[in-house]
Design a protein around this ligand. Structure first.
Ligand code: FE
Length: 331
């Protein structure tokens, strides 16, 4: 409140802060928030959990939620939060200009900060690159006993399957899933990084993983990780047709954001060139800002065509994707 004795400038009255509910799990994030605080004086408070837990929390807290921003590693969860009316639209020309059009939410409820491709990596010793083509081809019996991939409970796999359903329909996606399961080198377990390590250990020949994990392995100080990264090459599927499946890590402004101005400042900062460079050079993701080039390590894989499917479809077809995984025995 303003009075004769108090300034109306809110900066002088309360300490400035912004509260994040974040699904991201990368060490680069702390660096981003420190840099933002240095620049603006705004303190960044972060609560990390998986996206469904954070959505539940936002729902339960309702109008009393302290959260300003919801950050995920999956457009599908942002779409879900928007559908549950937990987010509000942001129209800000700076943020809008910062990010590529095809990565944006057509409804305006969330903003991409980075994107990543779910790619195929293959053993340098045991796979000929010319034998690779599409996600669909991974169901071919020539790959029997050779494919490594994590569990279907993982959001990255659910998003990939959602993209298969959206692009090809449920029937084709189901028979694809059947074929993949038949070709498993082992029952799904572990993280994306673990699949690459398993190729290095000779337990399988191909893995489906997020692109940045290869950057993280190749820049690792741990010899085991570095060797795993070096034992494989990167392949972008479906370059002759729809492009490789991508997903974004993105931000939504919560419906009841108590520090809205600060939240929007952070969205501007994270999509701006400085922070985008910090992302690409530390987490090896691709920048949502088209002015920012990938890290040197990632540039070495070449450019690729990305599937321009409306990313909200990754949320829309999530339940169908889970049904297909269950039906076809992808654990
Ligand atoms: Fe990840």
């Amino acid at each position: 409140m303003c009075s004769l004795f108090m300034s109306c400038d809110s900066n002088e009255k309360k300490s400035e802060e912004v509260n994040l509910y974040s699904q991201r799990h990368y060490s680069v994030d702390e660096l981003q928030y420190e840099n933002f605080t240095k620049l603006t004086g705004i303190k960044v408070n972060v609560i990390k959990a998986n996206a469904d837990e954070l959505i539940e929390r936002l729902k339960n807290e309702g109008e009393n939620s302290p959260a300003d921003l919801f950050i995920t590693v999956d457009a599908g969860k942002l779409q879900k939060a928007a559908e549950l009316e937990l987010l509000q639209k942001v129209s800000n020309s700076k943020i809008n200009d910062n990010v590529s059009n095809d990565l944006k939410d057509k409804n305006g409820y969330w903003v991409p900060i980075t994107y990543r491709a779910r790619i195929v990596v293959y053993s340098n010793d045991r796979v000929n690159k010319n034998d690779l083509s599409t996600y669909e081809d991974l169901a071919n019996e020539k790959w029997k006993g050779r494919i490594l991939v994590r569990s279907s409970s993982n959001a990255y796999n659910q998003a990939l399957m959602s993209s298969m359903v959206a692009n090809l329909g449920s029937d084709v996606a189901s028979s694809w899933s059947n074929g993949i399961v038949k070709n498993f080198a082992r029952d799904p377990k572990g993280s994306d990084r673990d699949q690459v390590k398993a190729i290095a250990a000779g337990q399988g020949d191909l893995a489906i993983v997020n692109s940045y994990y290869i950057g993280l392995l190749l820049s690792s100080k741990k010899e085991e990780e570095l060797n795993a990264g070096k034992s494989v090459s990167v392949f972008f599927p479906n370059q002759e047709d729809r492009g490789s499946h991508i997903n974004v890590s993105g931000i939504g402004l919560t419906k009841n954001s108590p520090n809205k101005e600060n939240a929007i400042k952070l969205m501007e900062y994270l999509t701006g060139e400085e922070a985008q460079n910090t992302y690409v050079n530390n987490s090896y993701e691709y920048a949502a800002n088209p002015k920012v080039k990938p890290s040197k390590i990632v540039q070495a894989w070449g450019t690729f065509k990305r599937d321009e499917l409306d990313l909200n479809m990754l949320g829309k077809f999530r339940q169908e994707a889970i049904r297909i995984f269950d039906k076809t025995g992808w654990k």
